[in-house]
Ligand binder design. Structure first.
Ligand code: 9MR
Length: 469
């Protein structure tokens, strides 16, 4: 009986579900505590969002596309997204040796402001594919590397160009800091960090997207490459220190070397050399592609291979769990998706279970033409990505489940002191006839039908929220 008495039930009709969307709040600064991101109200924050990476010069779209339009930021906010992984380019930051492009820094800063005004936290991703335009990719400026494709060397393009001997030689230059390439990268990232360090919307800087091990690549199979990763970790520590020197509070995101995407574990932070990453400044960024599905997309292998995806995702997540268990840092899935929406649930469910945030790869492909732009999150994609989820929790999450088919959302957390209520974004894709919510151990304090459900605990017992169509 007591249990029933503590349960507040709220039903609303469909027309009102989104009638009371509160106006967006600026993205406030997040900080890292153990494996969590905390907001300024001491709530544990969960981040859902998309990638936007412009891979051609000037690397931040000057007029077209969402990187400078408030319209796209509003669209994302309206569908409940609260983060964007924004690509930045070493080539854009430092087009000539030692010379920073201030205009580029201004552009990036402007995009951060546009997104932050809509409550979107921005992860700045130092992006690369295929190392450099030298190989038809993007990322490192030409001046930074000496290696060039060998005369007559075939270039198979993305992703097989990573196997080109000349490109592997160039990656070795990077890891050996030949001609100070890493020092220049450190300077470029430090300038970026300094430029945005006063912007609370900046979630952090990711040091390098999908780093390739170079000629050490074959040593990474079949169990990862401890020797390479030790060197690789040292590079990350150095770059982290460099950024720390100019922006002491800014979180820095580390990615495993890209054989992670080929189902290898990372040996970063492996014992016995316990690294100094416990100062609540480092987060772990990993990608969760299904190798089989990528092989079907990019190498023309049979579609049926996607049957192997659940097992492959399971393996990737076990590697991520291991890393988080030994470091106690927050993890985020900073890329997943890329194609077949049938494999999305593999990532999304595992992320929900662990209260891990994500960035879908990628926004530009879903915005597409002006026609599609009206509703880029319609259809199967929207059904999966637009989710009811706790954006900020006044306590510690215990369990969460969202059923993308029915919209049923079940969430339990242990309440803890915070200066604002728990905030749950209610999907605008799953409740055409309204939603019903019951709360045990707490009460709803938002207006009926709000797209942001606010919950306060009524005691010290766990709070359970059960929301359904
Ligand atoms: O999806 C992207 C594809 O259209 C491009 O041809 C390719 C090379 O630029 O990059 C793909 O995006 C990749 C991203 O940059 C890095 N992680 C893997 C992504 C998807 O495979």
């Amino acid at each position: 009986l007591a249990l029933v008495a503590a349960t507040a039930v709220l039903s609303v009709d469909g027309a009102r579900v989104h009638a009371e969307s509160p106006s967006p709040q600026r993205a406030g600064e997040l900080r890292i505590q153990g494996r969590w991101f905390l907001d300024e109200h001491d709530r544990r924050v969960l981040l859902h969002g998309v990638n936007n990476v412009d891979k051609t010069a000037p690397y931040v779209q000057p007029g077209d596309g969402f990187t400078v339009t408030a319209e796209d930021a509003r669209l994302l906010a309206r569908h409940g997204f609260n983060t964007v992984r924004l690509g930045v380019s070493f080539d854009g930051l430092m087009p000539n040796r030692g010379e920073l492009d201030e205009r580029y820094l201004d552009r990036v800063a402007h995009v951060v402001d546009v997104l932050g005004a809509e409550g979107i936290h921005v992860l700045l991703d130092n992006h690369q594919d295929g190392l450099s335009e030298i190989w038809g990719g993007n990322g490192f400026p030409e001046w930074a590397l000496e290696s060039r494709p060998f005369p007559g060397e075939p270039n198979p393009g993305f992703p097989l160009y990573y196997l080109m001997p000349s490109m592997n030689r160039a990656w070795d230059e990077v890891w050996n800091n030949s001609n100070g390439v890493l020092d220049h990268l450190g300077d470029a990232l430090a300038a970026l960090a300094e430029r945005v360090s006063d912007k609370p919307a900046v979630l952090g800087i990711e040091l390098l997207n999908e780093p390739w091990p170079g000629t050490a690549f074959p040593t990474c199979f079949p169990a990862g490459c401890p020797a390479f990763d030790r060197e690789y970790q040292a590079v990350h520590e150095r770059l982290t220190e460099r950024i720390k020197g100019v922006a002491p509070e800014l979180p820095v995101f580390w990615e495993p070397n890209v054989t992670w995407n080929q189902l290898m574990p990372t040996h970063m932070a492996d014992p016995p050399w316990t690294p100094p990453i416990t100062d609540e400044r480092v987060a772990f960024s990993f990608h969760d592609y299904c190798l089989a599905s990528q092989a079907a997309t990019y190498l023309g292998l049979p579609e049926e291979l996607v049957g192997a995806c659940p097992a492959q995702h399971e393996l990737t997540w076990s590697h991520a769990d291991d890393f988080v268990a030994r470091t106690n840092v927050p993890a985020m899935v900073t890329e997943f998706g890329d194609g077949d929406p049938r494999v999305l649930a593999n990532t999304l469910q595992r992320a929900d279970e662990r209260f891990v945030g994500w960035h879908y790869w990628h926004y530009t492909s879903v915005v597409g033409s002006a026609e599609e732009r009206r509703d880029p999150f319609g259809g199967e994609l929207g059904k999966q990505l637009v989710r009811t989820y706790p954006r900020a929790t006044a306590g510690t999450p215990e369990s969460m489940d969202f059923d993308a088919e029915t919209g049923r959302f079940e969430y339990t957390y242990q309440p803890e002191p915070a200066t604002a209520p728990t905030e749950i974004y209610v999907s605008d894709r799953h409740y055409p006839n309204g939603y019903e919510v019951s709360v045990r151990g707490g009460r709803v304090v938002s207006a009926p039908g709000s797209s942001v459900l606010l919950v306060e605990s009524t005691g010290s017992e766990p709070v359970t929220v059960d929301l359904r169509a």
